[in-house]
Design a protein around this ligand. Sequence first.
Ligand code: TYD
Length: 211
Amino acid sequence: MGAKGALIVFEGGDGCGKTTQVQLLAERLTKHHQILLMREPGGTDVSEAIRAILLNPKLSIKPEAELLLFAASRAQLVRERIIPALEAGLFVICDRFVESTMVYQGIARYIDLQAVEAVNKLALGALVPTVTFLLNVPCQISRQRIVLRNGADLGLDRMEREDFSFDGTIQNGYLELAKKYPDRMVVVDGTPDPKVVSDTIWGHLKAKGLV
Ligand code: TYD
């Protein structure tokens, strides 16, 4: 990793406010650093093509195939965009990363977590995120936010249509992971006003000496 670069990851269930927080942090960071914004799956031509498959509600994808598609998208993104950006000293902000795979494919789809870890490791190589923020929002509130955003049942992608998306599996899965890996994950309450959440995140980055 480059001397000044950092990889800041946002994780959480659908409707936890990640995308808003990514935008708010980007606005703030860009005054101090050159940044690169990424969202997963996606971010390269190959990864966006894989994203279209993964989120297509018309496709029925087997869990193991799904795991490998997410990993393929990530392997490309890491090598094509993230590592070169870090080597150039950029701050990379990523909307979802390896913990998404641990929770959605490992915990929610019941794929062996060690297998998921091994696949993630292959996709990442030596890359390690500098910090991962978990935006913790009760699933009832996430669901309400999605309904407000998309309308009653309209516009849900293939993953959001799964029962586990809003029944607590994802939120609890993330909290379990955060307990298991306290060094790499910071849990942030995602329920207050977005500006308050953003200040909390900035405070953590300051405490870590990153900003
Ligand atoms: P997206 O529209 O980017 O959702 P969000 O705004 O919630 O991030 O869709 C990504 C979906 O893919 C989301 O439901 C989570 C899921 N996902 C996985 O299941 N595994 C993964 O490794 C990643 C990165 C995402």
